[in-house]
Design a protein. Structure first.
Length: 98
């Protein structure tokens, strides 16, 4: 479990990446799917770098690291899907009431 300050810092950094991605789509007319793919590729590449930097034996630790990161990503992805579902459900309910 991460403390509040670490969580705030994590979300702040994530928002910077999201803002950059949004600018690429809205200001530079980059394709949304290409930007999403590039973000996932960058995350995978940086994750491999992070793991290699902190590893004593990357080859031996690779499978366990992949499992750990996949679990982390799965939890984050599910949380964000749930937030989007709640957001769009609320928008639809508000539109119906007007």
């Amino acid at each position: 479990m991460m403390n509040k300050d670490a969580a705030v810092q994590l979300y702040k950094i994530a928002d910077e990446f999201i803002n950059l991605a949004n600018d690429m789509v809205t200001e530079q007319n980059a394709d949304l799917q290409n930007v999403g793919s590039a973000l996932r590729y960058a995350a995978a590449r940086f994750t491999a770098h992070e793991t290699a930097y902190n590893s004593k034996d990357l080859a031996a630790e690779k499978d366990e690291a992949i499992k750990w990161f996949l679990n982390q990503y799965s939890e984050m992805l599910e949380e964000n899907f749930d937030q989007h579902i709640a957001h769009y459900t609320k928008l639809a309910e508000e539109a119906e009431s007007h």
